[in-house]
Write a new protein. Sequence first.
Lengths: 309, 269
Amino acid sequence: MTNNQKLNLFLLVLALLAPSVLYPVFLAKVLCFALFACAFNLLLGFVGLLSFGHAAFLGTGGYITGHLMINSGLTPELAILTGTAAGAALGALFGKLAVKREGIYFAMVTLALAQLVFFIYLQAPFTNGEDGMQGVPRGEAFGLIDLSDNLTMYYFVLAIFVFGYWVINRTVHSPFGQILKAIRDNEDRATSLGYDVNRYKWIAFVISAALAALAGSTKTLVFQLASLTDVHWHMSGEVILMTLVGGVGTIFGPVIGAGFIVTMQNYLSGGELGNYIHIIMGVVFVICVLSFRSGIVGQLMKFKRDNFS
Amino acid sequence: MSQSKQDFILETRNLTKAFKGFTAVDDVNLKVQRGNIHALIGPNGAGKTTVFNLLTKFLQPTTGQILFNGDDITSMKPAAIARKGVIRSFQISAVFPHLSVMENVRVALQRKEGNSFHFWRSEKVLDRLNDRAVELLESVGLEGFADTVTVDLPYGRKRALEIATTLALEPELMLLDEPTQGMGHEDVDVVTDLIKKVSQERTILMVEHNLHVVSKLADQITVLQRGAILTEGNYETVSNDPQVREAYMGTAADEVEAENAKKAEEVSA
């Protein structure tokens, strides 16, 4: 067993034991955002594409899953699967249009498309607009496991997270992932070696969108709610923040970043500082960008490299 | 088909690239003979790199035709041209900085494996390319650096790695854009020897500023000035052309002069 595998196993045991100390719904929330950030980081960290529209996929997953849980007899895992597929389809469309552009233009195209999606959800009757989709039933997974219990729900979310995390890990460490990293490092050179870089970018975009939608679908079940917050561009910004704080280009960094940001939000919104939450997050962001650009995990890895090898 | 007496691997016909109000490449008819090292020289802004970008379709020609092995490739995309066997390098060293030296070469070798879209498989399937990758690294003297992260390599070694990566694709035609640019004297010699070595059974078209390198390597030279061909021929012909001397005036002309003086000395000695 390699050190990495040992670490992963340790973290898994930690995640299995965590509900005995912490509130399961909070933990499930962290995992949903962690998966969302990991999906986003697949693009930013490993292909070098900054998407500013990932909220669209999170929200689409959430709305589709919520709608199905309320209006159809589907079991939760099928509703989640459909939500994920919807996110992937939307990602395929967005990706087709966006990967032709580079740098800031790529970010702008994704932002514009996501805003379009936001206004559609704002107007569409099935989302209940500003009120959001409330009282989404959690149902029974596979028709057997009742998810209304928070602890059961948490383990269900953990299973989904582990799957999503595994998919990302595999993608990064696959023959395909090698080409993605090559494109990130030097796109023109990858082209001159005979790779159609836009096709690689597009596939990565679809995988990322699907996993973001998976996170959104799962989140809707956890909170029994799908709202405009998840499709708003604030959310696209927040996931960038999570990824940068945790460590862009490291597989585990976004998990830490998501945990950090979600914890901070939870802690602050309950206390007296609730009104200053955006200011505080802004300060955190500035400190992060100015003083440790490789993020928490990136910094730790650097520390380990410099001192222990 | 252009099978005349000579066998041309690459040919351009009236190749022209006009930007707004400025013709960067003007009616260029370039013929690269198979097996040659062909150098493209000219003062700054003569359009050498633009020609390269046109040949590999990183830029779209305004008018004109590009023929590779007699086939018209003018409308093909850059990656498709690379797959035909025309592999280019860039002015700044074209490596993948955050991959290891070994991985750099493997990225090139991987293309022919046909598994580059397989995101569900482990990268361990690429390990079978390692032997070939090490061979290629040996051929450019980088075998001791296989596990180094490329960003940590000295500049000259990065250029060597770039050549190894290009060789991995077994290109019929290599386009090298200023392979010795920004190098110290020792590195220049190493890379020059390397190019000489890899040019066996291959055709190379190179842009080069260093006339010493050109004189050592090139079988055929094309001089560009303001986007048009000024003259062509071997080193002797070109270096003695008064127009070329004028075009290079003040800068490289001295170098040409020095070169000739040196040769004269060698002859008299």
